[in-house]
Write a protein that binds this ligand. Structure first.
Ligand code: SAM
Length: 280
């Protein structure tokens, strides 16, 4: 089966790019191959693609996967995708904002679900956060994202990249960088370098937390004001002083430390200790 050529399609349909929709379409075939190979797509897989554009990556996925559902917001792209791809019986197109899709319903009882996307950069973090927070039955998420966002996902304690988003990804996933992608691989060229990264969902979260909401609330408070000590950032939880002191002692964490110095395990220990003193 032949490939689709992004430049040809843009010309054929006289497509006009909308910058605000993060429309940078892939033109480099080696990147297409690296995404599909990096995602390890096979005939067992159900692929959900976000933002198919003119369908270049979509067609590669259709040929390799059992079934593909693509979600596209731009109404100008819908007739193009229908014309080019609707003849494939393993392809479905949803015309919708990817942030408003009910993924639980879309996935249903499907097995081997993988998300693959060259994401629109203006919604990268909310899309990843949605996919992870909803605890969906997804095996992996292979995405093209801004290099800077990939660095945040892989951030280490005590670096400026390390933050609440790092901990969200670390809590649910292992990560693997597939490749760097320069601006010249897209039309129009973005201003930044991109990275293809795969997030592999862990069978169970990386750390055991008794109260997930509390854990992520503590993480959020700790990074909202990075210069604050943990003692100050956990004050908003409204604990009495002696209980707050006990929680820090039980967790073995100095209250004068800042959140950005804590490993995910230390955040879990602190959250569990706070949960424990609260429930007594
Ligand atoms: N997959 C194509 C490729 O690799 O050439 C296009 C990728 S382009 C970076 C992002 C795509 O996401 C565009 O087709 C854009 O219209 C679409 N898009 C933007 N915002 C979206 C949203 N909120 N929900 C779904 N699709 C969106």
């Amino acid at each position: 089966m032949s490939r689709l050529d992004t430049r040809d399609l843009v010309e054929k349909y006289n497509f006009r790019f909308t910058k605000s929709l993060g429309q940078n379409f892939l033109t480099d075939e080696t990147v297409l191959d690296d995404i599909v190979n990096g995602a390890e797509i096979s005939k067992d897989d159900y692929v959900i693609e976000i933002g198919p554009g003119v369908g270049t990556l979509t067609k590669e996925l259709i040929q390799r996967a059992r079934k593909v559902t693509s979600i596209e917001l731009d109404s100008k792209l819908i007739p193009i995708l229908e014309a080019e791809l609707s003849s494939y019986d393993n392809f479905n197109l949803i015309h919708k904002d990817a942030l408003k899709v009910d993924y639980k319903e879309l996935i249903g009882d499907e097995k081997n679900v993988k998300v693959v996307a060259n994401l629109p950069y203006y919604v990268t973090t909310p899309i990843i956060a949605n996919l992870l927070n909803e605890e969906l039955n997804i095996k992996s998420i292979t995405i093209m994202i801004q290099k800077e966002v990939a660095e945040r996902i892989n951030g280490e304690p005590c670096t400026k990249e390390y933050g609440a988003f790092t901990l969200l990804c670390k809590y649910y996933c292992d990560t693997k960088i597939i490749r760097l992608v320069p601006p010249s691989c897209f039309i129009p060229s973005p201003k930044v370098d991109s990275i293809v990264i795969r997030l592999d969902k862990l069978d169970k979260p990386r750390v055991e937390v008794e109260d997930k909401k509390l854990f992520f609330n503590i993480v959020k408070q700790s990074f909202n004001m990075r210069r604050k000590t943990l003692w100050n950032s956990t004050k908003s939880l409204g604990l009495e002083k002696d209980l707050q002191e006990k929680a820090f002692a039980d967790a073995g964490i100095e209250p004068t430390r800042r959140g950005e110095t804590l490993t995910i395990q230390e955040f879990a220990n602190l959250a569990n200790a706070i949960k424990n003193v609260k429930s007594k």
